[in-house]
Design a protein around this ligand. Structure first.
Ligand code: SAM
Ligand code: SF4
Ligand code: SF4
Length: 335
């Protein structure tokens, strides 16, 4: 049965983080200054076990979740990830997706597909090798990600989505080359505005390249037409190059927020449920899972958390930000 939050939004999507570790050090996510050799990662016993993840997902499905996206850190670093996929696929009536940086897909794509993963999204912030290496601050080059995408295709994933976060002064010059590269491939390229999610990315509004600007750069090269949303709650504005060679999505989280239709919650690797990507506080479910409890307690807790949700961070921020480059001072305590 569907559960509504305080703004009448149902719970439909759950992002499940499987680890806080990553083999990249993207400057906007895990900058090396903060995630260097001395960084304290979660200990193995702090991570939710697969039994615990499965129980949370089953309960969330009871409350209305229909899409589960496995993410991280880098989800492919979690040992046995395909086993978890098989357990989640067995729940049934669930769209199972993963977001990955792609470099370990050669090793895992076939097993993930065989286990029942439906969709694959690969992040790639540039097609120029030097730009990509700078942005990801990793030992991997673009070819490692492209090989991963090929491995996903070979494993039978239908249309791979390729996500690029666009940051002014870092990779905005990669928009047109990325479209050029993926034209004709059948993959859907999506450009995402740089968000101030988390507390480690030193976000400033001046680094956001608005979706309208990204669209203009693409249109200057290829005529485009708009496509209708593929589903209710679709977050990307969908464009098609008129020659039919590519579909491109624009995700305008900052310039044109979509909080009113947001149906997403996220579960952190250590078992906290957040009802907004931006919320810094969450509700601990691991304590409940590992303590003494009665049947139905997890259901009651998740229902209460979603039922009390009033998050609309991007909308509030957008209203407060008159100019994209104006510094915004606000603090946000999410649910
Ligand atoms: N490591 C995997 C990856 O990079 O695909 C999964 C986790 S990563 C946190 C998930 C997605 O969030 C990636 O596409 C990444 O680019 C995006 N992301 C991270 N920080 C972001 C930010 N500040 N603004 C916009 N997107 C961001
Ligand atoms: Fe790792 Fe993904 Fe964050 Fe980059 S965006 S540091 S690949 S978790
Ligand atoms: Fe949803 Fe929060 Fe993003 Fe708004 S800011 S769309 S509520 S995740």
């Amino acid at each position: 049965m569907s559960t509504l939050d305080l703004r009448g939004r149902p719970l439909r999507d759950l992002r499940v983080s499987l680890t806080d570790r990553c083999n990249f050090r993207c400057g906007y996510c895990m900058p090396r200054e903060l995630f260097g050799a001395g960084h304290q990662y979660l200990a193995a016993d702090e991570l939710l076990t697969f039994d615990e993840v499965e129980e949370v997902v089953r309960t969330a499905v009871d409350l209305g979740v229909r899409t589960v996206r496995l993410t991280g850190g880098e989800p492919l670093l979690r040992p046995g990830v395909a086993d978890l996929v098989a357990r989640l696929a067995a729940i049934g009536d669930l769209d199972l997706a993963m977001t990955t940086n792609g470099v370990l897909l050669g090793r895992h794509a076939a097993a993930l597909r065989a286990a029942g993963l439906d969709r694959m999204t690969v992040s790639l912030d540039g097609i120029d090798d030097a730009t990509f290496r700078r942005a990801s601050d990793s030992p991997f080059g673009v070819s490692a990600v492209l090989d991963g995408i090929d491995a996903a295709v070979e494993a039978g994933f239908p249309r791979v989505k390729v996500n690029a976060v666009v940051r002014r002064g870092i990779n905005e010059d990669q928009v047109v080359p990325l479209v050029e590269h993926f034209r004709g491939s059948g993959h859907v390229l999506r450009f995402i505005e740089f968000m101030d999610v988390g507390s480690t990315n030193g976000w400033t509004g001046s680094e956001v390249v608005p979706a309208a600007e990204i669209r203009a750069a693409i249109e200057a090269r290829w005529p485009v037409e708009e496509l209708p949303p593929s589903r209710h709650g679709e977050v990307a504005q969908r464009l098609r190059l008129r020659d039919g060679s590519a579909e491109v999505g624009l995700i305008s989280s900052m310039s044109s927020p979509f909080c009113d239709t947001c149906t997403r919650a996220r579960l952190t690797a250590d078992g906290r449920v957040h009802t907004c990507l931006f919320s810094s506080t969450g509700t601990d479910v691991r304590g409940l899972l590992r303590g003494s409890r009665r049947p139905g307690d997890l259901h009651t807790l998740l229902r209460r958390v979603w039922g009390g949700r009033d998050d609309r961070y991007s909308e509030v921020r957008s209203a407060l930000t008159r100019r994209a480059d104006a510094p915004v001072e606000m603090s946000y305590i999410g649910g």
